[in-house]
Design a protein around this ligand. Sequence first.
Ligand code: SF4
Length: 188
Amino acid sequence: MKERFLLHVCCAPCGIAVIDGLRSSYDLWVLFYNPNIFPETEYQKRKSEVVRVCGEWGIPMIDEDYDASAWEEEVKGLEKEKEGGRRCPVCFRYRLFRTAETALELGFSVFGTTLSSGRNKRADIIDAIGMEAAERFGVRYCGEDWKKGGRQELGKKMIAERGIYRQDYCGCRFSLKQRHPEKESCPA
Ligand code: SF4
């Protein structure tokens, strides 16, 4: 019997090659938990693309809360940080701990995340947080630098073939403002 693996997916471009790589070896489920994404329309857009990818291969997807105000509370005081600064590990931790907790509650033996697929994301930081969550909840963490091994190129090809939406900023309102400082509507 295959091991039950709960994979946190941040978006379809980061997730598609990882899902495809894991789905034959595990009883793979996807968890969409990304309350960091701003605005909500963008959140819905990214989520619908993950739903589409999961649908293609019949992967069950757990749709977690969009508790954006709780996420905002979590990163309070770190608003001025740049992407890659001190706010990001807090954001990773928030999502990974929920993933590990859900994995425990639903009887998964392994959990992981696609976060390290992002070109600006450091796998060593994400993996350290994953290991911490594993220890706390008693579920094994499976992590690696998903950018490597040709997966980044493969992911790009796979999303281009399917016409999947690819965003140009990380996710939170601060990263949106950093990428598009001209957008006055962004309250960062
Ligand atoms: S820049 Fe990305 S990883 Fe960092 S806090 Fe914002 S959404 Fe999270």
